[in-house]
Write a protein that binds this ligand. Structure first.
Ligand code: GLN
Length: 546
């Protein structure tokens, strides 16, 4: 639509966790809804090459793109808001930047020059930012800079932004700075000083913020906005408040009310119009006006942290809205589940999701949970490790292979029903070496999944090393657990079902990465529907007993 790609940089000040990713995604949504082709990129200042090797406790969920990048969870928000896939180019870390520069140095491509942070590291950052813009696919690239200005590790990024603003010229690149305006209860006042300091820190690096987005618990009064505008060199209309919202999905509307899209488009010398967010608002109406509710147990080992299963939780919000049902998620720590307490912990639930994961901790609890839901006809949805646990449970309790296991947990088991994939056996490096990204899968005629997807062929995203061991397929199917999704090229089992159970589906891939507001994932939608049916069935059974 536009001749040159325009760039928007989103920086953060005062504190982390201000919701830069959500502001970036909300702005992108408003621009997209005015006909602009927008993408969002995240630059992360840590040394890990990607977040794939990071513990979920440290950094939340690792998100996976269609092309197999292991990325920051903010990319999940970008996709959920925009309904446009991201790629390897959308997440860059300091580790990756340095790796490219050092590789280039080893190849002798710097021709004897001393390799330095400025210009070599900053050039590589600039190249990575412009890679998306130069693809010709986007009118606007929004680049979110992780971390907080003033951090040592953020410096090269802020310097790259300074240079890019200069190189690209006025109206082609702007900076939105996100800060916190705290409320001091003792003084009964909102305080602007931290924002002033943070804008100054940015200016010390030569970067002038064009727009301020101020995270606040209370409405920013006019005089306060004026004060911020005056002290921070921005126009009054460019001081935008980001008030705490009950759901992240309200933020695009909140930004629209504040005119963030208009201010930004004006600064970029682009035309603005009224964004068409009808579909988005229809979703919000359904999300906020549920007709009934269900409670799903989420069994995992990182349940105390919201961010560890981010995409799963968001998928339930999309699926709940689609069904006009409020989905309550009850996190259940698998480590504390055993045969003695399983009924107590699970019997009130309308469905159980066994989460993805790695390693041995909490495994037996997951298997016990699968046993309970299988025998009690409770809707079951197993994702990745959750699917593997379902296979182990079935092998142990139905096929009576009591030592059945995954070689991830027990390398010496005589019955490795879940085993390392052949092409994984020689791999020793951990980073970026799993089976990653989207792979083809054929769905079996007459299966529940084929009915749910309304398709015979799907493509879903993976992140694992282990798989259903094909040697056991015949024996397992003979007892009633059926492989209903197969990779057409390798024959790998991607989906299992138990057709005699009302809803028992395990998937080796991660459907949660593909659920968006515009396209709620069909498996989550069907699972919520099954949970509602199960709940209503319980109710009518208890009525007829009375
Ligand atoms: N640990 C299992 C594997 O690597 C499952 C991974 C997952 O749940 N993402 O195969």
């Amino acid at each position: 639509m536009t001749k040159t790609t325009k760039y928007i940089f989103v920086t953060g000040g005062v504190t982390s966790s201000l919701g830069k990713g959500i502001i970036a995604a909300s702005l992108a949504k408003l621009l997209q809804a005015q006909g602009y082709r927008v993408t969002i990129q995240k630059l992360d200042p840590y040394i890990n090459v990607d977040p794939g090797t990071l513990n979920p406790y440290e950094h939340g969920e690792c998100y996976v793109t269609e092309d197999g990048a292991e990325t920051d969870l903010d990319l999940g928000h970008y996709e959920r808001f925009l309904n446009v896939p991201t790629s390897q180019a959308n997440n860059v870390t300091t580790g990756r930047i340095y790796q490219s520069v050092i590789d280039k140095e080893r190849r002798g491509e710097f021709l004897g020059k001393t390799v330095q942070v400025v210009p070599h590291i900053t050039d590589e950052i600039k190249r990575r930012v412009q890679l998306l813009g130069n693809s010709g696919e986007y009118d606007i690239v929004i680049t979110e800079i992780g971390g907080t200005v003033g951090d040592i590790e953020s410096l090269p990024y802020i310097e790259a932004v300074r240079q890019l603003k200069w190189d690209l010229g006025e109206n082609n690149a702007i900076v939105i700075h996100l800060t916190l305006v705290p409320y001091l209860a003792a003084a009964g006042e909102l305080k602007t000083k931290p924002t002033q300091h943070s804008v100054k820190t940015l200016m010390e690096s030569g970067v002038q913020a064009d727009v301020l987005v101020c995270r606040t618990e209370y409405d920013l009064p006019y005089d306060l906005r004026r004060k911020l505008a005056l002290f921070c060199n921005v126009r009054e209309e460019a001081v935008i408040q980001s008030i705490d919202a009950s759901t992240i999905y309200d933020v695009p509307n909140l930004m629209l009310e504040q005119g963030l899209d208009k201010v930004v488009l004006k600064k970029l010398a682009l035309k603005s119009s009224v964004p068409d967010i009808t579909q988005w608002n229809n979703f919000l109406t359904r999300h906020k006006n549920p007709k009934t509710e269900v409670t799903i147990g989420l069994i995992g080992k990182y349940v105390e942290l919201q961010d560890s299963y981010k995409s799963i939780l968001e998928s339930f919000i999309h699926a709940g809205a689609e069904n006009e049902v409020k989905v309550n998620i009850e996190p259940i720590h698998s480590e504390y589940l055993n045969e003695d307490n399983i009924k107590l912990k699970l019997s009130h639930l309308d469905g159980i999701l066994v989460a993805p994961g790695f390693g041995e901790r909490g495994i037996e609890g997951k298997i016990t949970a699968v046993n309970y839901v299988r025998e009690n006809n409770v809707p079951f949805f197993g994702i990745c490790l959750g699917m593997q646990m379902a296979v182990i449970e079935f092998a142990r309790n139905v096929l009576k292979l009591t030592d059945a296991d995954s070689t991830e947990m027990n390398a010496k088991t005589k019955n490795p029903v879940i085993d390392l994939m052949e092409d994984q056996k020689l791999i020793t490096d951990k980073g970026g070496t799993m089976r990653l990204g989207a792979w083809d899968c054929d769905l079996k005629i007459g299966s529940l999944v084929r009915d749910i997807y309304k398709s015979e062929h799907i493509k879903e995203r993976h992140r694992h090393r282990y798989e259903f061991n094909g040697k056991y397929k015949e024996a397992i199917e003979a007892k009633g657990m059926i492989a209903t999704g197969l990779n057409p090229n390798t024959g790998l089992v991607e989906i299992i079902e138990i057709p005699t159970h009302p809803f028992f589906i395990g998937v080796q891939y991660h459907p949660e990465y593909k659920s968006t507001v515009a396209n709620p994932h069909p498996l989550f939608v069907a699972f919520v529907k099954a949970a509602l049916k199960f709940k209503n069935g319980k109710k009518s059974a208890s009525v007829s007993q009375n």
